[in-house]
Ligand binder design. Structure first.
Ligand SMILES: [Mn+2]
Length: 331
């Protein structure tokens, strides 16, 4: 058991302390992580709505830029840029303070921070850390927390939590698609989440420009060791040619990992002349976080990421060397 895990608390154990802090708080914030995905933002919006139902003044905040692709999530229009001074803040799906992006100062200004997450790499930065590393999504932890607090789940909250669960399990296809995840999916549909509509919004609502960008990235993919290592890149030139932003490149990495022999897939994203973001996926014995932690990144065993303050070419060489070392010699 790591130091961080000892600091993690069960939902059932932490719920009453959390309820006490909520009761004492005047202004409460719900924060998603930077480059927010549906798990982080859906969890934040779901919890914020439940707190509002309790009569609390709640503010949902997201590091800039806003994830436009998630505008379908109920409550997205309640996200605000400048919250009033907060006395209690909940963070969702954030493993470390590095995930707060341009909201780091906001987090530091709040007296009580409650860290709700499911990353094994969570460093326990909160006053209370409700981190369940066995949960398939942070949304699953939020659901249990709302239940423990006796909060009713509205169709809107169910929709946010279903979107969190659906996308963090890769549409119920990743290895974290547990019995509990599938049962929760059914429960949320029972509470009013529309599974087909959320799948449509999550996986079938891209622009043609995004499809073309993905095609370009797939076309320039390269493999090594018989496809065990596959990588590609999104350059500024590709974004310009297709008229897309880096935000819209989400999903490209998931195409790379559809190759049969793949053990490690890496997507390099040119975020600036001196800034390269990487997304990593893995299979079998390979741990994706091991590709990212040497560069200050992290995530899950099967999906991780990092940001390197280096040009694309330099980042590519360094990251691929780490990936090759993990794969070992080709047998
Ligand atoms: Mn998550």
């Amino acid at each position: 058991m790591t130091v961080a895990e000892r600091r993690f608390r069960e939902v059932s154990d932490a719920a009453s302390d959390i309820q006490r802090l909520i009761g004492e708080a005047r202004e409460i914030g719900c924060l998603a992580h930077k480059d927010a995905d549906a798990d982080s933002l859906g969890s934040a919006l779901a919890f914020a709505e439940a707190l509002r139902e309790m009569g609390k003044s709640v503010h949902t905040v997201v590091p800039r830029p806003l994830p436009q692709a998630l505008a379908y999530l109920p409550g997205y229009d309640t996200i605000i840029d400048e919250p009033p001074p907060l006395d209690l803040l909940f963070t969702f799906d954030c493993a470390t303070v590095h995930r707060f992006g341009d909201r780091a100062a906001l987090v530091e200004s709040v007296a009580h921070v409650i860290n709700v997450d499911h990353h094994a790499s969570n460093d326990g930065f909160g006053e209370i850390n409700v981190v369940d590393t066995a949960a398939s999504a942070t949304g699953q932890v939020v659901y249990r927390l709302l239940q423990a607090m006796g909060c009713p789940i509205s169709p809107e909250t169910a929709t946010n939590l279903y979107a969190a669960l659906l996308t963090d399990t890769g549409g119920f296809r990743h290895e974290n698609t547990t019995e509990a995840a599938l049962r929760l999916g059914a429960d949320l549909v029972g509470l009013g989440a529309n599974a087909g509509w959320i799948a449509l919004k999550s996986y079938k609502s891209r622009t043609v420009a995004q499809l073309r960008l993905e095609g370009m990235a797939v076309a320039r993919s390269q493999t090594e060791s018989g496809g065990r290592l596959i990588w590609s890149e999104i350059t500024s030139a590709m974004l310009e040619e297709t008229g897309t932003t880096l935000q819209e490149a989400e999903g490209v990495i998931d195409q790379l990992q559809t190759v049969g022999p793949m053990k490690v897939a890496v997507l390099f994203k040119q975020a600036g002349p001196q800034l390269t973001k990487i997304s990593v996926r893995s299979r079998d014995e390979i741990d994706a976080t091991q590709v990212c932690t040497p560069f200050g990144g992290g995530g899950h065993r099967r999906a991780a990421g990092a940001e390197l303050r280096e040009p694309l070419e330099t980042a590519r060489k360094r990251v691929l060397d780490v990936a090759r070392a993990l794969l070992g010699p080709t047998s």
